[in-house]
Design a protein around this ligand. Structure first.
Ligand code: GLP
Length: 247
């Protein structure tokens, strides 16, 4: 795992936006896996700003949704679909029909997971996967478990995750208890992964991800086994790792 240090959130966003743009310029028809949450927000903002300035097009890019709340309709303002539409699709020339998303209202969950998996892996799978890490060490919504998941599935969310995501809803009761997610196996198949981590609040989990034991109890730790994963983190998130190195 390559580690790139940035001074702050803006720095992380700039490095990541550069990387995404470079990828798209080299391969205009690439497939990008889109994470949501506060970590990649700045990247999408910068990509949109730079798009407005000209010189790049996302018209041929294929997008894949990393995860989605179960039972929340697509149009709900807190659905991950709405997030990506608002922050990226509507602000660039990305074509909405090139986006592979979960049907969050699907009745047959297994069938929906199989459909999503097949679509994601078609056209060569994911080229560039953008990721954040949750407080529990989750990537996508792959919560700590006994074993790493392979393919798409619907996961029960940890109370800590529900609490962390409650800030986006009017009350914690409104946060869905289950969510669809791309599996760890499929994430690991992406050609390039960028993991964005910022702030002091993530320092503890980041230390476990980077220095702890690799295993499904800290799902993001598996990224250390990926052949081309770049962690982009700020000083605050790296502070406990720095301390360990100094000791
Ligand atoms: C969310 C999402 C993840 C995201 C993570 C961290 O619940 N399921 O895809 O990476 O938790 O979120 P944030 O970036 O807001 O800290």
């Amino acid at each position: 795992m390559e580690i790139l240090r940035a001074g702050d959130y803006e720095g992380i966003s700039r490095i990541a936006a550069d990387l995404v743009e470079r990828y798209v310029l080299n391969k205009p028809g690439c497939t990008i896996g889109f994470a949501t949450g506060s970590s990649p927000f700045g990247v999408y903002r910068m990509l949109a700003e730079r798009y407005r300035q000209g010189g790049i097009s996302y018209q041929k890019v294929r997008g894949v949704q990393l995860d989605e709340y179960y039972g929340l309709e697509k149009e709900h303002k807190q659905s991950f679909y709405s997030y990506i539409k608002q922050n990226f699709m509507d602000k660039t020339d990305f074509q909405e029909e090139h986006f592979v998303a979960f049907d969050s209202l699907a009745v047959d969950i297994q069938k929906e997971c199989r459909r999503y998996e097949k679509e994601v892996l078609s056209e060569g799978g994911v080229d560039l996967q953008i990721l954040g890490v949750g407080d529990t060490g989750h990537i996508g919504f792959n919560e700590p478990d006994e074993a790493f998941s392979e393919t798409a599935h619907c996961m029960k969310l940890e109370p800590e995750t529900i609490e962390a995501n409650a800030r986006f809803f009017d009350s914690p009761d409104e946060v869905p208890g289950y969510a669809f997610t791309m599996g760890i196996g499929t994430i690991m198949k992406a050609r390039k992964i960028i993991l964005l981590v910022n702030g002091e609040g993530k320092a503890d989990i980041l230390k476990r991800v980077v220095c702890g034991r690799i295993g499904p109890r800290v799902p993001a730790s598996v990224l250390r086994l990926h052949r081309d994963c770049t962690l982009i983190a700020d000083d605050a998130a790296l502070s406990l790792i720095d301390k360990t190195i100094q000791e």
